[in-house]
Each structure stands twice: as C-alpha cells, then as structure tokens.
Design a protein around this ligand. Structure first.
Ligand SMILES: [Zn+2]
Length: 121
C-alpha cells in the first residue's frame, strides 16, 4: 500500500478521537516511514489544542528525534472528502521550533500538498 494511503487510513481511524466534530483534524509525525507520534484536535472548557501541537507533544514525550521527521495532517469533511488542513501560523512556528521542516496537508481539492517550513529572519 502506498505510504500516503496507509497514513490516511490511520488518520481516519484516529480522527474519531477529535473533540471538535466540525473541524476533524488528525496529525501524525512520520520519520523514515514510521509514525512516531499522532494527535487530533481537542477542545476543552478553557482551551483548544490543535492536532499538530498534540502530535508534537507526543513526539516530545516519547523523546523521538525530530531530525528528518515530517508532519502529515488531514482534515476530513462529513462526506469523507478532504478539507483544507494547512497548519496555522502558531502551529507552523511550533513545528519549526521542534525541528520539523516538511509538512504534508490535505487540501479541499482532495489532494495532499507539501511545503517546507522556513525560519523567518
Ligand atoms: Zn494550528
């Protein structure tokens, strides 16, 4: 199975844990083809945690080395198709600070897109 297909299947399984049903996001950090951390977006009474940050927290707890790791983030709409899941500025900053430079995200044309994070000078 192509790797993106495998990641997507896992993301769809994970996303049911999201506590923000209208904004179903599932993120994972992948290194050398292995998923080293996962996260979904969650809302609690006083704050929301973006899926990307949840995955980063798990990566840090597991002491996984971010060198060469990539983030994959999916948003699923009610009909199962992709929604735009490009990480927000705050998440991009957190990813960069954690040492993750490459980001794959679902877009509303039902394709995965990729970009490289760059530090602002
Ligand atoms: Zn965010």
């Amino acid at each position: 199975m192509p790797r993106h297909q495998r990641y997507e299947r896992i993301a769809r399984t994970e996303v049911v844990k999201s506590t923000v049903p209208r904004y179903n996001l599932s993120a994972m950090i992948v290194k050398g083809g292995r998923i080293v951390a996962r996260g979904v977006n969650r809302m609690s009474r006083d704050r929301s945690v973006h899926a990307e940050v949840a995955a980063l927290s798990q990566m840090i707890r597991r002491k996984a080395n971010p060198e060469g790791a990539e983030l994959h983030v999916y948003r699923f709409l009610a009909d199962g198709s992709y929604g735009l899941a490009k990480p927000c500025q705050a998440c991009q900053k957190a990813l960069l600070e954690a040492g993750i430079k490459r980001v794959w995200y679902s877009d509303d044309d039902n394709q995965m897109k990729v970009f490289t994070l760059r530090a602002e000078n």
